[in-house]
Design a protein around this ligand. Structure first.
Ligand code: NAD
Length: 287
């Protein structure tokens, strides 16, 4: 039976560390602030934003949500992001995706100041990640790496396989595993003989968005299985991994919910505090 990786527990540990850092910043007169920009009424986005807001406030981070109707024109949205870029009280900006179809996501992301891009989606941060320079790393893959660290799971030299190649999860996940000296394979919707490959993985990270796609017969005995998927099936949250058949085979496994999801939010708070600290250093010159 696989060891259950308790994302909720580890997220609480991470958030407590962040809250302590926030207190230290408060003592120095810095109040870390996160602004979430929410466009439209997408129910899932509303839920995510509420969760982020609640967690930020609990950690002592000032949280503001700026709401626009789905009909907002791109120029209004971009002008507001530029305004947030210039506002010295704002440390982190997050634009909740997806955006309505008439707004180009890449243009919006490119408008954000890279040093406030706590989601790590700006191309400057993407570039930094790919050359191993210090920048903001997307919260979900960063959360996966932090989970592996908390669980003392050795990554160096292991065969890590990522299913999914999105800019938000799959690609940055592969970059981080590579940086941690894993041998990395990336699979996607056009991969042939997927299960032959997955059966070779010591660490399997699944970020597809298809309920229960990875089954026990696709997993090497003893492998570490990280399920990033979040799918709504009949009103219930399910992962991309069929927990019932994979858990008996895996060495360790994250559940859905209470696996990767809570770590994503914890890393958003971590990145926001990091942004505040970076600004503080810039202003005071203190290292
Ligand atoms: P996406 O749709 O952008 O990308 C999905 C990827 O899966 C693509 O690269 C595609 O090539 C690959 N894929 C699709 N079908 C496949 C198949 N049959 N076999 C192999 N590969 C296949 O999705 P995303 O934004 O990367 O998100 C992936 C999942 O992770 C979703 O369920 C999403 O809800 C979830 N997610 C969770 C969190 C979290 O905090 N836990 C954060 C972000 C995304």
């Amino acid at each position: 039976m696989g060891h259950l990786i308790d994302g909720k527990k580890w997220a609480a540990v991470s958030r407590a560390t962040t809250a302590e850092e926030v207190q230290r910043l408060h003592a120095e007169g810095v109040r870390p602030m996160l602004v979430v920009v929410l466009v439209g009424e997408d129910p899932a986005s509303q839920v995510y934003v509420r969760g982020k807001e609640k967690a930020a406030v609990a950690a002592g981070i000032v949280s503001r949500v700026v709401r626009f109707p789905a009909s907002v024109d791109a120029s209004t949205l971009l002008a507001h992001i530029e305004h947030l870029n210039r506002d010295d009280d704002v440390h982190g900006i997050l634009v909740q995706l997806p955006l309505p179809a008439h707004i180009d996501e890449q243009t919006v992301i490119a408008t954000m100041a890279p040093d406030k891009d706590v989601d790590g989606f700006h191309m400057e941060n993407v570039g930094k990640l790919s050359i191993g320079a210090s920048g903001f790393v997307p919260c979900t893959p960063l959360g996966v790496m932090q989970l592996l660290k908390y669980e003392n799971i050795e990554v160096a030299g292991k065969h890590a396989l990522v299913i999914g190649r999105s800019n938000i999860v799959g690609k940055p996940m592969a970059q981080l595993l590579l940086q941690a000296n894993a041998t990395v394979t990336v699979c996607h919707s056009r991969t042939q003989r997927l299960s032959e490959l997955t059966r070779q993985a010591d660490i399997l990270v699944v970020a597809i968005g298809r309920s229960n796609l990875v089954t026990g017969d696709m997993v090497k005995p003893g492998a570490i299985v990280i399920d990033v998927g979040m799918n709504r099936v009949d009103g219930k949250l399910t992962g991309d991994v069929d927990f019932a058949s994979v858990e008996p085979v895996a060495g360790a496994i994250t559940p859905v919910p209470k696996g990767v999801g809570p770590m994503t939010i914890a890393m958003l708070l971590h990145n926001t505090v990091r942004a505040a600290k970076m600004r503080q250093k810039l202003i005071t010159g203190v290292q």
